[in-house]
Design a protein around this ligand. Structure first.
Ligand code: GLU
Length: 471
């Protein structure tokens, strides 16, 4: 039997880290067994479904490389199929028409609750065999068995049992003719030959209802696996309508897809003490046995650590291409500065995200307006003017622009002027980058190029002249 899993989000909010984990586990499970992965958009709740959420789902999955073998299916396009099954169930008596008004049902519900009972539909229309109602509002209900138990073996939680007495005669078609969530899921899982349903634990209570409908249709019951919650750093459940960040925002913040997937797989799954998993290892090693039953907690520090790891370990060309796209989005014209591979080589072990690298590298591509005040106060001072002037001359006369000679010039300056190299580096750093942080200054100057370096040194000298004039 071919393994077939699905990811079935409702487009009622952004695709967030919790949904991505469900998608990733379902995808990996299918890949592990050479099976297939289906994408299904559950958009029958027309009021709450939004095309912007559909875009968020599709873009997020594409960014992470979680490709689907079938779909995307849209439930809103399958309404005829649901109607056909509901008509069949009305005929066999597995479903029935109910004309109880929603007010009346609600009134009963409130009464039951005030007596401390679990609210449920009383079954008033269950045996009336109502038919062909043209002028009256009605819903269709599933005839849930009255007695007995529904049992299923959850792949993560073990055996779970529900008493049929606790389950209602579920509405499967609303009065507006649209089928309900629980019904559509069942028909889709059946029609799409889904063998394993991997989803959030908030669906555990739906499972016995779905199993009963499947049984009434004589269908094979899929295997279920319910994943525990993901909590935010404050310990609150993340929810797509409240506190969850759109997955694409991670890309905007400079995270790599490899890092995010590695981070997400470890939110509730482990393989000994191993922390780093590339995609092929994930496919090879993932299983449901090692998925935890307890909730997982978001840990941004760990994600940053993983991102730095991948920035440093993925091929230089690949990281440079990602950085190129990132810089383009930040409106940096990369034609104005050094080759990105040299830049990545120099910067990658200092930063955690492409965003940080981009922010720290702007001065290669754009002129900065002002020196940082702190740096200027410390290094662009009268006594340092001659150092800058000497450096300017030497750099100007350098016959071939190369990294070694720049570093040699700095060393000679330090000897000739009897100054600590560190101090010279800081003065030059302030002059050419505008601030006090950067990798090796000779590397930086080499990459900035001669023309720009000279301009900036001159700008720093002018700055010192201006302050000496004021004093
Ligand atoms: N559409 C449901 C949701 O977004 C998931 C349904 C399922 O996986 O069965 O929560």
């Amino acid at each position: 039997m071919k393994v077939k899993t699905r990811f079935a989000p409702s487009p009622t909010g952004n695709l967030h880290i919790g949904s991505i984990r469900t998608a990733l586990y379902s995808w990996l499970f299918a890949k592990h067994y050479n099976g297939e992965f289906v994408l299904r958009i559950e958009d029958t709740d027309l009021k709450r479904s939004a095309s912007i959420s559909i875009d968020s789902i599709l873009n997020g999955l594409k960014w992470l490389g979680l490709d689907w073998d079938e779909g995307p299916y849209f439930q809103s396009k399958r309404l005829n199929r649901y109607k056909e099954v509901i008509n069949g169930m009305l005929e066999t008596g597995d479903a029935y028409i109910c004309i109880c008004s929603s007010e009346k049902v609600e009134e009963t519900r409130i009464k039951q609750m005030s007596k401390g009972c679990k609210p449920r539909y009383l079954g008033t229309c269950r045996n009336l065999k109502l038919k062909n109602l043209f002028n009256q509002d009605y819903v269709v209900r599933f005839k849930n068995p009255l007695f007995g138990k529904v049992k299923f073996k959850d792949k993560i939680r073990g055996e779970i049992t529900f008493n049929n007495e606790e389950l209602d005669d579920l509405i499967i078609q609303r009065s507006n003719g649209i089928p309900t969530y629980n019904f559509c899921v069942v028909i889709d899982d059946l029609d799409m030959n889904i063998t394993h349903v991997i989803r959030g634990e908030d669906h555990i209570n739906n499972t016995p209802r779905q199993i009963n409908i499947l049984k009434s249709l004589g269908a094979k019951i899929p295997i279920y696996a319910h994943l525990s919650m993901i909590l935010d750093e404050k310990g609150q459940k993340i929810s797509k309508r409240k506190n969850a960040m759109n997955i694409i925002q991670y890309r905007e913040n400079g995270f790599l897809p490899e890092a995010l997937l590695n981070y997400v797989i470890r939110l509730g799954w482990s393989y000994g003490n191993k922390e780093i998993f590339d995609i092929s290892e994930m496919k090879e090693l993932f299983n449901l046995k090692c998925v935890s039953r307890s909730s997982s907690i978001i840990n941004v520090k760990k994600l940053l650590w993983l991102n730095k790891y991948y920035i440093n370990h993925l091929p230089l060309q690949y990281v440079s291409d990602l950085l190129k796209n990132y810089m383009k989005k930040e409106n940096i014209n990369i034609q104005n500065g050094p080759n990105l591979e040299s830049l990545v080589k120099l910067f990658r072990n200092r930063y955690h995200t492409l965003k940080e690298i981009t922010e720290s590298c702007r001065y290669f591509y754009e002129e900065f307006n002002d020196f940082s005040q702190k740096a200027a106060e410390k290094y662009l001072i009268i006594e340092n003017r001659s150092i800058l002037e000497e450096f300017y001359k030497k750099i100007k006369n350098l016959s071939i622009w190369n990294h070694l000679d720049i570093s040699q010039i700095i060393n000679n300056l330090s000897l000739d002027m009897n100054l600590n190299t560190k101090k010279i580096n800081m003065i030059l750093r302030t002059a050419v980058t505008g601030d006090m942080n950067s990798p090796s200054i000779s590397d930086i100057i080499y990459l900035i190029n001669r023309e720009k370096t000279l301009l900036r040194i001159q700008k720093a000298i002018n700055y010192i002249k201006k302050i000496s004039f004021k004093n």
